[in-house]
Ligand binder design. Structure first.
Ligand code: ADP
Ligand code: MG
Length: 443
């Protein structure tokens, strides 16, 4: 049932664990006695010497518990930080607007590499012998699509050799090498994908995602202070939350975790006691036979900077309708929240793509209106399809606060609403209240 929600429209991840069974013979010790932990540290975790000390602490703690650790790191800091992905990209683009995707991938891949070297140096200086690895050195083979590559294969023999020598590998996340030897990046948030693939390839006990918040929360704490940590969440729900904009973990990382049964925990580097365990439904606490007691909504996600297009036709015209959507697709624009009626079509696009849609519609002489500064807020919960009236509750919650609903969309575990961006905080707060998300209800 949950797998039905994994339609991302992208080719399925072709990675299969079977390829790696033989490679474990490389271990000179009995495979099952080696406990491996993959620890991924996000941009803020690697950004200061103080935080890097905490990384060392996490590695030492894992060592004390008998784990061999493999680290995956993101580029340092957020937007504007000197070695953050966007800063490196801008470095190439600010003076010279014409830089190829190949070159951009090369420069963007440096951010993670810089982090890997610095973190490996921090560990080695504390007496924990460590070595930084590029994505290629860590065995990541990608499909050649610059800036949004898929990982085709992962052969982490180099990592295994380091583990055998009791060295800690520190892998630059977000990247791999294609069959032509070109460096590809995996897209925003791609280090999560690196970490989970390594978790699967190494048959790790667990993948720990360390970040700047205390786990997967009921809403983005940056927007809504009342958000609470969700202790345990299913792959299906976190996938849908991530897909609907909760950027705490990459949706493709969740997909890989689910397909390969990788246990993932999301934690705060500075407060690792709490956190969120991401598991399959069968491992949920208090299983039982009844699904009625389940909560309807687990969390709320959002996207900002959306533009809604409304197209009004005088007569039904299926050929023209097909032409419109085909041209938009060919321009590489993703559309969302699509409602099609014989005389009216509505859909949304990201702000940065709206000019492409305008150009297409103007050229085809199709009358339209557009509404800028929209946001999409989505409530997500695996229990919602068992509980009637969830939509009514959503509508009531927003009506009570005079928040206009411009469009809706749904899957069997989510309901999405398009609203004005200025209403976003109010919408999240009222939905959070109406679905009692401040309480830790049974899953
Ligand atoms: P990292 O560099 O560690 O990968 P990200 O910025 O990619 O960090 O992800 C962490 C951020 O995700 C948090 O700072 C938070 O603002 C945001 N976020 C959005 N939705 C959620 C959510 N539901 N739970 C937790 N964090 C969320
Ligand atoms: Mg991230």
């Amino acid at each position: 049932m949950v797998s039905e929600n994994f339609g991302t429209g992208r080719p399925l991840f072709p990675f299969a664990l079977g390829n790696y069974k033989n490679f474990f013979t490389l271990f000179t010790f009995e495979v099952r006695t080696v406990k491996i932990l993959v620890q991924k540290f996000g941009g803020t975790c690697v950004s200061t010497p103080e935080r890097r000390k905490l990384i060392i602490k996490r590695v030492q703690e894992a060592d004390e518990k008998g784990f061999k650790t493999v680290l995956v790191v993101s580029a340092m800091g957020r937007n504007g930080a000197p070695y953050a992905t966007d800063s490196l990209r801008l470095l190439a683009l600010q003076e010279y607007s014409d830089v190829s995707l190949r070159e951009l991938d090369l420069i963007m891949s440096c951010g993670e590499l810089i982090s890997a070297v610095v973190v490996a140096a921090a560990l080695s200086n504390m007496g924990i012998t460590s070595r930084a690895l590029t994505g290629a050195q860590a065995g990541f083979l990608t499909d050649g699509r610059y800036s949004e590559a898929e990982v085709l294969d992962c052969q982490p023999t180099g990592i295994v050799e380091l583990l055998q020598r009791n060295e800690v590998p520190v892998v630059a996340g977000f990247q791999g090498i294609d069959p032509m030897g070109e460096i590809n990046t995996l897209g925003r948030g791609g280090s999560d994908i690196t970490a989970v693939i390594l978790g699967a390839a190494l048959e790790a006990d667990k993948v720990e995602i360390y970040t700047d918040v205390s786990g997967v929360m009921t809403a983005d704490p940056l927007i809504f202070k009342g958000a609470r940590v969700i202790q345990q969440i299913t792959y299906g729900e976190i996938f849908q939350l991530a897909h609907e904009g909760a950027r705490v973990i990459h949706p493709r990382a969740v997909e890989v975790a689910m397909r390969n049964n990788v246990n993932v925990v999301v934690r705060n580097l500075e407060d690792p006691e709490t956190g969120t365990l991401i598991t399959g439904e069968s491992s949920l606490k208090g299983g039982g036979y009844s699904t009625r007691s389940r909560r309807a909504v687990t969390g709320i996600a959002h996207y900002t900077n959306l533009v809604q297009f409304l197209i009004q036709l005088k007569d039904p015209d299926p050929r023209r309708e097909q032409e419109i959507f085909q041209s938009i697709g060919e321009a590489g624009v993703n559309i969302d929240l699509i409602s099609v009626f014989p005389l009216m079509k509505a859909f949304t696009v990201k702000d940065e793509h709206s000019f492409k849609v305008e150009n297409i519609l103007n050229k085809m002489e199709i009358p339209y209106t557009m509404e800028k500064d929209c946001a999409k807020v989505s409530v997500v919960g695996v229990g919602m399809h068992n509980i009637p009236g969830v939509m009514a509750k959503v509508v009531r919650a927003l009506n009570e606060h005079n928040i206009e609903i411009k469009q809706t969309g749904d899957s069997n575990i989510s309901i999405s609403l398009l609203i004005k961006q200025q209403d976003l905080h109010g919408a999240i707060k009222t939905l959070h209240d109406h679905f009692y998300l401040e309480d830790q209800l049974p899953i």
